[in-house]
Design a binder for this molecule. Structure first.
Ligand SMILES: Nc1nc2c(c(=O)[nH]1)N[C@H]1C(S)=C(S)[C@@H](COP(=O)(O)OP(=O)(O)OC[C@H]3O[C@@H](n4cnc5c(=O)[nH]c(N)nc54)[C@H](O)[C@@H]3O)O[C@H]1N2
Ligand SMILES: Nc1nc2c(c(=O)[nH]1)N[C@H]1C(S)=C(S)[C@@H](COP(=O)(O)OP(=O)(O)OC[C@H]3O[C@@H](n4cnc5c(=O)[nH]c(N)nc54)[C@H](O)[C@@H]3O)O[C@H]1N2
Ligand code: SF4
Ligand SMILES: [Mo]
Length: 833
């Protein structure tokens, strides 16, 4: 038994390069429950991050009473992280769930029934469609529903209503991942695989705190690091994360300066001849523009702009340039920072320059964050066209019209899909009067919350919120719909490296809560949406019908699911797409033959100018004759939207802690996790704390031009001049056994963030703003920031209090079974030859 709050990654199982990662099965059962008490184990996968760990749910007396990792799953080989162990089942199977629909009467939300609630939605929807047309409607969904739910929602929006105003919180999350892959390779779809961790010689983590945000993946890395011939690690992050602590080179860049660093790294590859000219000639295009753009970025200019050591930049470039096999991962430190798409494409460029794509150990993981973000992107509930189709390609639009048997004119394709920030702007301006929010909590997670609150409260807006709990957002709704959560419904979803899992229903949803799929189907039926032949637009009976329809939508597309069935996903491991007749067990890594998805007839986009976001358009794109070559895309560096000045001298950045998931609706209901990180904090460096007369635990007010927060200080390993706050803490302190109490202190990081986005991916800039700091009071004790992670107290100076370590105690004991079986084979081992 191991305390998995204190020991985040569990016990080491070292292995060497090219060996298979050993199995370790992690298990937790509710207090007082023994293995022999468990009536059934139900197959699923974890939905608390993009890693997609295979998981079995323990069921007793109609309740979820624990979980264990699936030994045979190619993703996790049996392991689970703290959220999988302690939040997956406790965060849903909970006392204070929404169990009945709520409707607003005389300004207050009151309990109602489904008929009344749906009737209100449908009647408002019909009136608006009649009087104002489809542009009055907006949908803001998630990266946490199931594939089947997105596909239904996408068709409702595109072929039922015909609105381009559809997006998800995936815009805040992985829009840049999708965009960077589309721009460089022609389509979304992860080139690399987790197996590359087993096979690489060097790993670069760009703005990715994998140690806290994909803990099971990091356990795999740690097992390589503690084994023979360990990989060399390079970390790009302004904080001293656990990734940074294991790195040979830590580039603690100033927040907002990623692209300058990337230009410097690319330039070093050119200067030192660390490039594969044959690969470049055969499989890529546009290299000259890249070379010209990076030319000014000498080591010294990078050092000056990014605030790092020139020698460290040189060493990092040398590791990239001279290692046989390099694996790169990219996440929010890049996606939510300035020039997100250009910086993320630069990672692709590094790999293209050396031909390190599609070979063992040479992966690119433009990471996802949410467990099902990939499926929203595939299905197009984020506004994209289903099946990675190109909205600018009339043939692609017609394919969907044929598939759905609707007139192609109803499918919005006259302009790009409306991105989330623009949807909220249209609500603000009053043109969107009907907004349906599912499985996301924008009143905590969107930038510049004072503005978002005003928008959600707009008198012209009819707001539908579909959630498990009465969240900060749901409190603004006109109608609240109670949803069935994970374990209470069946469906599939796809993780970062394209692995598709089936999640089976284990228990009944509480009260009258319904699956999101049932709700979308009900809405479609009540709205009377039909096909050209007059039959109902959506006539599916359940999730498996939707999945079968979805398979047809993906036939011949990069995300080909035609070889997958629910039955194939039962019993064993998840399966990575594309999976079809040619590849019945899926494909481990894409682009092995150096042929990319850039052909004009096939590609998902004709691309953009990365500096301005202007579309390239079909004529220019076709004239470029990409013909299956990858495209070097780049842009000149520009400073962040808001940089420090005299009034606001600090760079503010935000992110996560290992113990919480987003706005904590699930993790705050897990006693183990909530106890480990119960309240907000802000991180400052030793030098900055000293110069402001601050010590651990002192209460500060952090203020931007848009708002302020109050929280205790943790003096941590963050770089000087930067301040970090976790974005998890909103208005509510969730009770773990029913009820939540308001927390009247402003403490959400997004009180301070700015309404700006990347010109190409439209992903909001959640990771840089300018702030000032003021001491409000002496601390009454230490801050409650975890000591086990990036927020651990600085090792010297500044921190003159003794800080108690974060531990889980008896409630956090998990069972680990070492190597009970051989590790699973990756789906198509022959690819390794
Ligand atoms: N425990 C936990 N795990 C999660 C989640 C969670 O909420 N909690 N959420 C999941 C989701 S949806 C996502 S999207 C992922 C996110 O996973 P990550 O991207 O790994 O997490 P973040 O903490 O948002 O950001 C990563 C790092 O970016 C750094 N950073 C900030 N500004 C900059 C910058 O300008 N440049 C660079 N290079 N780095 C910068 C921060 O210091 C931080 O350590 O995590 C997933 N996993
Ligand atoms: N400052 C700052 N802001 C950020 C970020 C950051 O790093 N910094 N990260 C951004 C990122 S990457 C993300 S992904 C977002 C996340 O932000 P949100 O999406 O707002 O966060 P969650 O708390 O995951 O919200 C999901 C909601 O869905 C509900 N839910 C869960 N399962 C189901 C289901 O099956 N059906 C329904 N209907 N509801 C369900 C949950 O109860 C919860 O209320 O935050 C973004 N905001
Ligand atoms: S790594 Fe992610 S998917 Fe795996 S158990 Fe942890 S939260 Fe769940
Ligand atoms: Mo995310």
């Amino acid at each position: 038994m191991v305390d998995r709050i204190a020991e985040i990654w569990g016990t080491r199982t070292p292995y060497a390069r090219d060996e298979r990662w050993p199995v370790r099965v992690d298990q937790v059962l509710a207090e007082g429950i023994h293995e022999s008490d468990v009536e059934r184990w139900v197959q699923s996968a974890c939905v608390l991050c993009s890693n997609g760990c295979g998981i079995d749910i323990a069921v007793k007396d109609g309740s979820m009473v624990g979980v264990r990792g699936r030994a045979m799953d190619i993703v996790n080989h049996g392991r689970l992280g703290p959220k999988g162990l302690f939040a997956s089942w406790q965060g849903v199977d909970n006392k204070d769930r929404l169990t009945r629909p709520l409707v607003r009467e005389n300004g207050v939300l009151v309990e109602s029934d489904w008929d009344t609630a749906m009737q209100r939605i449908v009647s408002r929807s019909k009136t608006l469609l009649e009087n104002k047309g489809p542009l009055s409607h907006g949908f803001y969904t998630s990266g946490q529903l199931f594939l089947e739910e997105y596909y239904a929602q996408a068709i409702v929006g595109k072929a039922g209503i015909g609105t381009p105003h559809m997006d998800g919180n995936t815009r805040l999350c992985t829009a840049t991942a999708a965009t960077a892959m589309k721009e460089s390779f022609g389509s979304d779809g992860q080139p690399g695989s987790y197996v590359d961790i087993d096979e690489c010689d060097a790993m670069f983590l760009f703005g990715h705190n994998m140690a806290e945000t994909q803990t099971v993946l990091w356990a795999r890395v740690l097992d390589r690091i503690t084994g023979p011939d360990k990989p060399r690690i390079v970390c790009v992050d302004p904080r001293l994360t656990d990734v940074a602590r294991h790195a040979e080179v830590h580039l603690a860049v100033r927040p907002g300066t990623n692209l300058a660093l990337m230009h410097g790294l690319v330039r070093e590859l050119f200067t030192n001849g660390w490039i594969d000219q044959d690969y470049i000639d055969q499989h890529t295009m546009n290299m000259d523009e890249l070379r010209t753009t990076v030319e000014p970025w000498t080591l010294d200019s990078v050092a000056e702009t990014c605030g790092v050591d020139a020698e460290d930049v040189r060493r990092a470039a040398e590791i990239f340039g001279t290692s046989d096999r390099v694996l790169s991962t990219v996440l929010q430190g890049f996606y939510q920072s300035s020039q997100a798409t250009a910086s993320s494409c630069a990672v692709n460029n590094l790999h293209m320059l050396r031909g390190l794509i599609g070979r063992p150990g040479c992966g690119i993981l433009q990471m996802n964050g949410q467990p099902t973000a990939q499926n929203n992107r595939e299905c197009g509930a984020d506004g994209d066209l289903s099946g990675f189709r190109n909205w600018e390609n009339p043939e692609h639009v017609q394919e969907l019209a044929d598939l759905w048997n609707v007139d192609s004119v109803i499918i919005p394709h006259w302009s790009p899909p409306t991105h989330a920030m623009q949807i909220f702007r249209y609500v603000e301006q009053g043109s969107i009067e009907f907004l349906w929010i599912s499985a996301t909590n924008p009143a905590v997670s969107m930038p510049q919350l004072p503005r978002i609150r005003d928008i959600l409260a707009s008198s012209s807006l009819f707001l539908v919120v579909q959630d498990l709990y009465l969240t900060e957002t749901a409190r603004y709704a006109d109608v609240v719909l109670p949803a069935a959560g994970w374990g209470e419904k069946t469906g599939t979803f796809t993780n970062v490296n394209r692995t598709v899992h089936l999640s089976e229903q284990a228990i009944d949803p509480p009260g009258e809560a319904r699956s999101d799929l049932d709700t979308f189907l009900d809405y479609s039926r009540r709205m009377g949406f039909t096909r050209l032949d007059g039959t109902p637009l959506l006539d599916w009976k359940g999730p498996e019908d939707v999945f079968n329809a979805w398979k047809e939508c993906t036939r011949g597309r990069p995300c080909d699911y035609t070889g997958i069935t629910y039955d194939k996903l039962r019993g064993g491991s998840g399966v990575p797409w594309p999976c079809n007749e040619d590849h019945p067990d899926g494909v481990v890594r894409l682009y092995r033959d150096g042929v990319f998805a850039t052909d004009p007839e096939y590609c998902e986009t004709y691309g953009h100018d990365l500096l301005t976001g202007a579309t390239i358009g079909p004529e220019t794109y076709k004239a470029m004759k990409p013909a299956g070559r990858a495209i070097f895309k780049t842009a000149p560096y520009q400073p962040a939207h808001e940089t420090p000045d005299e009034d606001y001298p600090f760079r503010f950045t935000t992110g996560r802690t290992v113990y919480h998931f987003h706005t904590r609706t699930k993790t705050a209901r897990s006693p183990q996790l909530n106890h480990a990180a119960p309240d907000a904090w802000v991180e400052m460096s030793v030098n900055d704390a000293e110069s402001h007369g601050l010590i651990e635990g002192d209460i500060v007010r952090v203020e931007s031009r848009r708002g302020h927060i109050t929280a205790p200080v943790r003096v941590s390993g963050i770089r000087d001049g930067s301040i970090f706050a976790p974005f998890h803490y909103g208005y509510w302190d969730e009770g773990t056994s029913g009820g939540a109490a308001p927390n009247t202190r402003y403490r959400a990081a997004n009180e301070l963030t700015i309404t700006e986005w990347d010109p190409v991916s439209k992903q909001p800039v959640l990771k840089n703003a300018a702030v000032r700091v003021e001491k409000i009071a002496d601390g009454v004790g230490q801050s409650l920031a975890p000591t086990t992670t990036a927020s651990r107290p600085a090792e010297r100076g500044g921190n003159r209090k003794h800080v108690l370590p974060t531990v889980g105690g008896p409630a956090a004991q998990a069972k680990e079974t070492m190597a009970p079986v051989d590790p699973p084979m990756v789906a198509t081992e022959e690819e390794h030859s």
